[in-house]
Structure formats: structure tokens, C-alpha cells
Design a protein around this ligand. Structure first.
Ligand SMILES: Nc1ncnc2c1ncn2[C@@H]1O[C@H](COP(=O)(O)OP(=O)(O)OP(=O)(O)O)[C@@H](O)[C@H]1O
Ligand SMILES: [Mg+2]
Length: 259
């Protein structure tokens, strides 16, 4: 299994002088291709901050993010944008959808940025809307949807460029359990069938259990890490059992299907 993201000594400090607040302290972490990883912890513990740094949406104060073996701080903006557009999919709770645009136009956007042909764009976006069961809403204004439907539009938009990693920040927050389950199933289907790496921030312990690995954060530090088997990842790695760090995908996906 290839390392897809590695972070070394990651520290993030917000604000200046007396307002300084260190949200992340010296985080070291590797994520492997095809894994499903949950990041859990109390409100304010630094989960979204970590997610933003991993997804190259923000820059660390200290430390490095290595993506596909390359130091992200050495990449030009153009290359960073390309990675975010082609390699990453984002499912964020309050993700900015363009309110004036239709559902279809919102889903088309990443394809437009990726310069796909107008014909292909439309086909791929329609296909993605079918997957999230929203074809009938393609022409609606994105703002005229329910919360769960908006969440599904976000998923459609996150998958159109066949990302290798999906970052999901509380993908089921504020949703009823049936809609939440649908979204979870969708994400784990992508993980199982297309090998998409999932990085999910969640308060939901049931959702975390479906992931191959759970990383616990408290006060900006990793305080615990467990895999589907309950093996302490660092210990296993220290013994040379590198595979133990990798998600037990079939088990996790099966559970995802059952939910
Ligand atoms: N732009 C910012 N400026 C100053 N402090 C910030 C900023 N963004 C986040 N913080 C602080 O950093 C800490 C971590 O925030 P973060 O958003 O990562 O928490 P979280 O674990 O995602 O919490 P939640 O579960 O509530 O979403 C918090 O104490 C927060 O107040
Ligand atoms: Mg958060």
C-alpha cells in the first residue's frame, strides 16, 4: 500500500501575539492508499484544522505535508489547485454551494475547472446526480434543497473528477439517520469499489467504527489510534507489521452496507 499523505511535525497556530492559539501541535501521521480513516475528538480539538491542512486548503505554521511523495510547501499554486481539483473530493458540512446556480451547474463546476469538454461535463455530472439519487433536482436552484439533499449534491460534486481521496467533515451532521446512512453507504461503496481513500471527521462513534482506522485528537494532539482489529497502530508499525496500519476494508465496507 502506497503512502498517499504523510504529515511531519505539523503545527498550526492561529492569531497573533496575545491572541495566539495553537490548534495543532506536532502531528505526525501517514495515510495509505485505499484506507478509511476517521478523525474523532471533542469540539475544538483541532479536527477541521487537521483536515484543512491534509487537504491543502490551509498552510501549517510549522511542519510538512507530503502528498504523493512531494513536499506540498514546494508546490506552485497551479499544481496545488490541480491536486485539489483532480485528486481530492470535499464533502464539508457547510460547503459553499453557489446559491444562484442550479444543482447541475454546481456539480459541473469541478469538471469545468478540469477543462473537460462541455459534452462530457454534462454526462458525468448527470451520472453523479444519478448516483446520489437527485437526477430529478438537476434544474433546481441549489438553495431550494433540503439539508440532506444539499449534502448529496456535495457528494456528487466531490466524485465527478474521480478523486483518489475524499475528505468529509461531519458528512452526516444534522441529517436524519436514514439520509445519513445513505451518505455513509455511498462513501464506503466508493472506498470498496473504487479504492477511494476516505478521511472522515466525525462525532459519530458508529460511523468511526466503520472506518479501518480511528485517530483520536485532543487539544491539538493525537492521543490515540486504533485499527479495525483494535491493534495499536504505532506499536504494530514499530514491530514492522506495516500492514496492520491499513484499513480492513472489506469488513468496514460490509458494515457500511448493512447500516
Ligand atoms: N481561524 C481561526 N482563528 C483562530 N482560532 C481558530 C480558527 N479556526 C479554529 N480556531 C481554533 O482552533 C481550535 C480548533 O478548531 P477546529 O475547527 O479545528 O476544531 P474542531 O475539532 O473541528 O471542532 P468542531 O468539532 O467543533 O468542528 C478551536 O479552539 C478554534 O477555536
Ligand atoms: Mg470542525
Amino acid at each position: 500500500m502506497e503512502k498517499i499523505i504523510e504529515v511531519k511535525n505539523l503545527t498550526k497556530t492561529y492569531g497573533k501575539k496575545t491572541n495566539k492559539f495553537t490548534a495543532l501541535k506536532d502531528i505526525n501521521l501517514s495515510i495509505y492508499e485505499g484506507e478509511s480513516v476517521a478523525i474523532v475528538g471533542k469540539s475544538g480539538s483541532g479536527k477541521s484544522t487537521l483536515m484543512h491542512l491534509l487537504a491543502l486548503l490551509d498552510k501549517p505554521t510549522r511542519g510538512t505535508v507530503i502528498i504523493d511523495g512531494k513536499d506540498a510547501s514546494k508546490l506552485k499554486n497551479k499544481e496545488l489547485n490541480r491536486i485539489r481539483n483532480k485528486k481530492f473530493g470535499f464533502v464539508f458540512q457547510q460547503f459553499f454551494m453557489n446559491p444562484k446556480d442550479s444543482v447541475l451547474e454546481n456539480v459541473l463546476l469541478p469538471l469545468k475547472i478540469a477543462k473537460r469538454s462541455i459534452f462530457r461535463r454534462k454526462k458525468i455530472a448527470e451520472e453523479a446526480l444519478k448516483i446520489v439519487d437527485l437526477e430529478s433536482k438537476a434544474k433546481n436552484k441549489a438553495t431550494d434543497l433540503s439539508g440532506g439533499q444539499k449534502q448529496r449534491v456535495c457528494i456528487a460534486r466531490a466524485i465527478v473528477n474521480n478523486p483518489s481521496i475524499i475528505f468529509a467533515d461531519e458528512p452526516t451532521g444534522n441529517l436524519d439517520s436514514a439520509t445519513g446512512d445513505k451518505i455513509i453507504k455511498l462513501l464506503f461503496d466508493l472506498n470498496r469499489e473504487k479504492g477511494v481513500t476516505l478521511i472522515i471527521v466525525t462525532h459519530d462513534e458508529d460511523l468511526a467504527k466503520l472506518c479501518g482506522r480511528v485517530i483520536r485528537i485532543s487539544d491539538g494532539q493525537i492521543v490515540g489510534e486504533s485499527t479495525a482489529k483494535g491493534v495499536k497502530a504505532e506499536k504494530a508499525e514499530a514491530k514492522g507489521a506495516k500492514g496492520a496500519k491499513v484499513a480492513k476494508k472489506p469488513a468496514a465496507a460490509k458494515k457500511g452496507g448493512k447500516k
